[in-house]
Write a protein that binds this ligand. Structure first.
Ligand code: CP3
Length: 347
């Protein structure tokens, strides 16, 4: 079999069309996912390797995505490190014992992915035998994990996080270092279990000033990525637009973009040799079919033929109509940069 389009795009190659996958492509917008969740909590699902592999495959059966992403969650390593995680009905994640000071941080347990979080690793091994579609691994970036760990859940303005960051910088740095080593090892373990590449999600880095991003979030991401060998790395931030000049300091080979930034502009700032992933507004999936096709093609053309992985700028929302996902996947797969009839796009 020829080298998957995903890996070629992540390596910056010029291709007849970009590969396509979508963040959160497995989940609640699919009835087969809801069927598995009947009577089964999200965390229980994440702990079952066979079901994680099955849920990862669900969108690959229904749509012709060029990549899968292992079904798991960024918060699980924090639970292994001693934080009491739950997902209630109708609200996001909650930690009952958030980190409030240096002693809480020092009391965190070390994280060994093979010992403490075997399900996604086992699921990756199962998937390697079950599908030829390349499967990505992932982890939460140190800064974003610190946000959840300190606040005890989601937040509008992350006051406690920034307070600790500025008032107790040594403690905050110690936390970022612990998390960077944990997620770095977690990413590397996923690569060893069969992930073809890894993505670090820094969802809340976009709440930082440029100064704080460079001081805290980017060096921590770089420390995590330094532990990954032999596989492409992707760094995703939400609200990435203002930070384009510095995102490569994350140490990642590929930059994941949210939808607010023009992808052509992003490439001119990053440098044309830096591969990018993105960046359709996930809410565009609620537009009509003609508009969705127009937007899909506009993103491909703005990104150019080299080193682009088509994706959304953030995860699919649960209300998304499946027809819209189908439309985008098929529109990307039908696109050709060259009109040469012999071009082998793997379509
Ligand atoms: O993309 C994929 O399909 C892979 C699986 C995946 C999940 N979470 C499954 C999930 C990935 C890559 C994530 C990453 C993740 N998790 C992030 C970073 C990306 C982002 O969305 O910004 C964050 C911040 C989290 C933390 C998290 N997990 C939140 C805030 C929530 C609640 C959100 C919600 O919509 O209720 C989760 C739960 C979660 N993680 C679900 C899924 C499918 C929903 C669980 C369910 O009810 O079935």
């Amino acid at each position: 079999m020829s080298r998957p389009l995903l890996l070629r795009a992540l390596a910056g190659e010029t291709l007849p069309r970009p590969p396509v996958w979508m963040m959160r492509q497995a989940g609640r917008y699919m009835p087969e996912y809801m069927a598995i969740r009947q009577g089964l909590g999200f965390l229980e699902l994440c702990a079952d390797a066979d079901l994680c592999a099955e849920v990862t495959l669900q969108p690959l059966r229904r749509f012709r995505f060029d990549a899968g992403i292992i079904f798991s969650d960024i918060l699980l390593p924090l639970a292994s490190m001693g934080l009491d995680l739950s997902f209630g009905k109708g609200h996001g994640p909650v930690f009952a014992n958030p980190l409030r000071d240096r002693s809480d941080i020092d009391a965190l347990r070390d994280f060994d992915p093979v010992r403490d979080l075997p399900a996604p690793l086992r699921a990756l091994q199962i998937l390697k035998a079950a599908t030829e579609v390349p499967i990505l691994g992932f982890a939460g970036a140190p800064f974003t994990l610190a946000c959840y760990a300190i606040e005890g859940g989601g937040s509008k303005d992350w006051i406690r996080t920034k307070q600790l960051m500025w008032r107790e910088p040594a403690a905050f740095q110690a936390l970022l270092d612990r998390l960077a080593d944990a997620v770095g090892d977690h990413m590397q373990a996923q690569v060893e279990a069969g992930a073809v590449g890894v993505q670090l999600f820094d969802t809340w880095a976009g709440t930082l000033s440029a100064e704080d991003l460079r001081r805290w979030a980017l060096p921590a991401a770089q420390r995590a990525f330094s532990r990954v060998k032999g596989a492409p790395t992707i760094y995703y931030t939400r609200d990435s637009g203002p930070f384009l000049p510095w995102l490569r300091d994350s140490g990642a080979q590929v930059i994941g973009l949210d939808w607010r930034v023009d992808i052509g502009h992003a490439r001119s700032v990053l440098g044309p040799e830096v591969p990018v992933q993105g960046n359709m507004d996930p809410i565009a999936l609620f537009a009509d079919e003609a508009e969705l096709r127009r937007r899909t093609e506009a993103i491909i053309r703005a990104a150019g033929p080299a080193g682009h992985v088509f994706n959304l700028g953030h995860g699919i929302t649960p209300e998304t109509p499946m027809e819209a996902v189908e439309t985008v996947v098929e529109a990307v797969r039908a696109f050709r940069w060259s009109t040469e009839p012999t071009s082998a796009a793997g379509a």
